[in-house]
Design a protein around this ligand. Sequence first.
Ligand code: HEC
Length: 161
Amino acid sequence: MTDNEFGRAFTTMIILLIVMTFGLAFLGNLMARDVDDKLDAEREVSIQQVVADRIAPAGEITIGEAPALAVAAVEDVVLPGDEVYNSSCAACHGAGVAGAPKVGDAAGWTDRIAQGIETLYANAINGFQGSAGIMPAKGGNASLSDGSVQAAVDYMLEQSQ
Ligand code: HEC
């Protein structure tokens, strides 16, 4: 390789490298712009959200029947007996704690059933003090509707025949 040939090859290499450098810089720029655009769009959305949250009214006025309906729904809701039993009654009636008649123990329920179902419902809903211990109103869960407590009583009796 003569000096001349080397010089030409070297120059060509340098030029190629320079072209590549610009090419890469250009490509990089293109990509960065794409990402920037996306970030801007996201930022715009979250800023709008923040502003909307800040200027949202503190309360809402509902005109009409809605609140009354909501209250009625809570009072009327009747949960499945087994669900109520497990969440609010089983703590005492599951193992027969503190004088509570044990579910599944038929003998423990015969005399109680003899009083009539209405008495059992009433005693479960209002609570009562018997000779064996204290049955708290609704098992201590005041949020239960009367219907839910009755469903739990039905379930307990079914399991204790
Ligand atoms: C803190 C414990 C406790 C919880 C919780 C509890 N009970 Fe009782 N329950 C008792 C005790 C004690 C008695 C028996 C009282 C007695 O006869 O002296 C009883 C008695 C009863 C009786 C018999 C009533 C009667 O007239 O003989 C029924 C029915 C009853 N519970 C239903 C329920 C239902 C339904 C739940 C859940 C919603 C519940 N209990 C939750 C303690 C509990």
